[in-house]
Design a protein around this ligand. Structure first.
Ligand code: FHN
Length: 441
């Protein structure tokens, strides 16, 4: 994916300045209230799934490269995920402490996980037939998980999308009869199906980097979507600029939040952002894919929250419809940690300290939650918070800890045995609202 980010940067440079929210009618932009509520959720489940799970190769990207297109495009005929149980998936998210779920309704390969009236290349053409998007939407409603939909702007399968093979820039990789104007009509028809049919909380767009998709189309589709649902949250990948293409900060992209990928975003108290990351290495299911340790998972969540961002954590279910049991178990372990220490994650803001390998910090009211990762030393030193006094220091759910205050720093003496080896949370109660402290980079 690093190659992709470089490729996006190059494309962006070639295509000139990307569009920004300044080109939208300010009345249609998603309100700060709605975005604050989204950011309070902090943690969501990303799901990359489709017939390609039959091959165990990457969704979209392995078409033509690892799997011949003719074979890739007919995998749906064998796709019969008999173990798919939408409520089980949603309960896995809920048990992980996740508050929203984002499903790849249509990825770059163009296959639709719902019975779209605008293409036969959809779930009803499989032996399975059931409306996966609809079943997940219903299960999310039942378990009070916000339902979100991923939709790929580029579509290497659709006859009106000009690019068939991103790796072949010769005439062979291009559809010379493609009609991009017709493709945008198709896209808007499908988006209307999804928004009016399933009432998603958010649309997670992807794949805006190729030449056929223009900034003008992005502005048109964002504006169109807001006529369908005013409070619909829309990420910044309708537009050309997103983290990884060098964009950051509200003035440099179109959409409601930034989307750093496979990395923890920088501390930013102004621009809503969400890191998307795989629990393993591949987005879609892969046999024996290497899974992140519990420590990495928990510390990633704490560092993202410490940066004032959300974490969209991805699993790729198998072709039989089950999520790998080891991944379900890992997510449950994250949920166990959150059930104990979630006050330091949900409904907090990031900062005031920039997350680092030793610690991260979140805050709410007059509390700063210091997430201690490096437990090799008996003490941890933090720069002083200008103009703010710490009245009390204690372990979240635990005993008081010793705090020494100097002009330019605090020193916390940690107990000999820490309650959680992955992330021990120390609470600093301040004499002023914790949010009054400017970020300490
Ligand atoms: O190309 C996609 C990739 O397959 C995956 O969906 C990620 C997840 O955000 N987004 C794109 C790469 O930036």
């Amino acid at each position: 994916m690093k190659k992709l980010a470089a490729f996006c940067l190059l494309l962006l440079a070639l295509q000139g300045k990307a569009q920004t929210n300044a080109q939208l009618d300010p009345k249609i932009l998603t309100s700060k209230k709605v975005m604050d509520q989204f950011m309070d959720l902090r943690f969501g489940l990303f799901i990359h799934w489709g017939p390609v799970s039959l091959r165990g190769t990457e969704i979209g990207w392995s078409r033509h490269s690892k799997v011949p297109a003719a074979e890739y495009d007919t995998l749906y005929r064998q796709f019969n995920p008999v173990k798919f149980n939408a409520e089980e998936w949603v309960k896995t998210a809920s048990d992980a402490g996740m508050k929203y779920l984002t499903i790849t309704a249509k990825h770059h390969d163009g296959f639709c996980l719902w019975p779209s009236a605008y293409t036969d290349y959809n779930i009803t053409a499989t032996p399975f037939k059931k409306d996966v998007v609809g079943l997940l939407a219903k299960a999310c409603k039942k378990y009070h998980i916000k339902f979100c939909i991923y939709y790929s702007v580029l579509d290497w399968h659709h006859p009106d999308y000009p690019i068939d093979n991103p790796d072949d820039t010769t005439a062979k990789g291009i559809r010379k009869d493609a009609r991009m104007d017709q493709y945008v009509v198709y896209m808007k028809n499908q988006l209307k199906e999804l928004v009016t049919g399933y009432d998603p909380y958010m649309l997670w767009f992807d794949g805006p980097w190729e030449k056929p998709w223009t900034p003008e189309m992005a502005v048109d589709v964002y504006t169109y979507l807001k006529t369908l649902k005013k409070d619909l949250i829309i990420n910044n990948r309708l537009g050309k600029a997103f983290s990884g293409t060098g964009a950051s900060g509200t003035s440099t992209f179109l959409g409601d939040f930034d989307t750093p990928e496979q990395r923890i975003g920088d501390l930013d108290m102004n621009t809503p952002w969400e890191t998307c990351m795989t629990i393993c290495e591949q987005w879609a299911w892969k046999p024996d894919d290497k899974m992140k340790s519990l420590q990495t998972c928990i510390q990633t969540l704490a560092k993202v929250a410490g940066g004032n961002g959300n974490l969209l954590f991805n699993v790729g279910p198998r072709s039989d419809g089950a999520i790998e049991p080891a991944q379900v178990a890992r997510l449950k372990e994250m949920g166990d940690w959150l059930r104990k220490y979630g006050a330091a994650i949900y409904n907090t803001h990031g900062g005031p300290y920039n997350p680092n390998s030793k610690y991260a910090a979140t805050r709410s009211g007059n509390k700063v939650y210091v997430h201690v990762f490096d437990q090799s030393q008996p003490t941890i030193e933090l720069p002083a918070m200008p103009g703010v006094k710490v009245n009390k220091a204690y372990l979240l759910k635990g005993a008081a800890v010793k705090l020494t205050t100097a002009a330019d720093r605090f020193t916390i003496t940690l107990p000999a045995v820490l309650p959680d080896a992955n992330d021990t949370v120390v609470v600093l109660e301040t004499d002023k609202p914790a949010l009054s402290v400017a970020p300490i980079k």
